[in-house]
Ligand binder design. Sequence first.
Ligand code: GUN
Length: 285
Amino acid sequence: MANIIDGKAVSARVKEEIAKETAAVKAKYGINIGLAVVIVGDDPASRIYVNNKKKACETVGFTSYEYALSAETTQEELLQLIDKLNKDDNVNGILVQLPLPKHLDEKAVINSISPEKDVDAFHPVNVGKIMIGEYSFLPCTPAGIMELITSTGVEIKGKECVVVGRSNIVGKPMSMLLLHQSGTVTICHSKTQDLAQHCRKADILVVAVGVPKLVSGDMIKEGAVVIDVGMNRLENGKLCGDVDFDSAKEKASFITPVPGGVGPMTIAMLMKNTLTAAKIKHGIE
Ligand code: GUN
């Protein structure tokens, strides 16, 4: 029976550390730390995420600036706002909540954010830095997962790490972070032949595909660390991960629940990146 990795507890600890450091930085240098959160349209899930991000800012002592734009906002209007935020000294981090309404060009929007304020680490400059292992900002979800793995005390070095999913937001950067810690990394995806065979080799298994219960207990090696990034809404309204928790927990040594696993970590790492952005701007070590 696996130990359950408590994402809420780890995230609270990370936020507590950030709050302490923020208070110290504010007191010593007399600066404020600000995060601009931009939301376009009225997607209910995005609204919840944005509210949680604002709440987290309050918890750690940042100022949050919300820009809630109508679903009809044009590309030019959005780019103008980002340009303004890029130049605003009160804003250390800029977060544009994704997905954007279909008529907007997401890639162009991401590219317009100053890399120094790109606390999501989505800008190609920051993505490239992750590739070569010289980064200021870690992509929030993979960075949160690294914290969760660290919290188990399991060493990554030399281990078989299998990442299921190859998205730019999770799968690809996750694989890089595991590689930087000297894991032996396999990336699986929708075209992988015999997914089960790959999963069964994993000492550390990260699943981020958005398919409810794709990975079941029989696909998991005895004693593996299992990280479930899935957040799927079932017809009965319940949330469910990409891993079949009930069968997986019988095989894993550590496993994340959904909800309460990876989710809370993402926002904590966003706060960490915002603090990092402010420290770099002000030349604070
Ligand atoms: N939408 C879903 N996840 C994310 C994220 O990590 N950052 C942003 N900006 N939008 C998202």
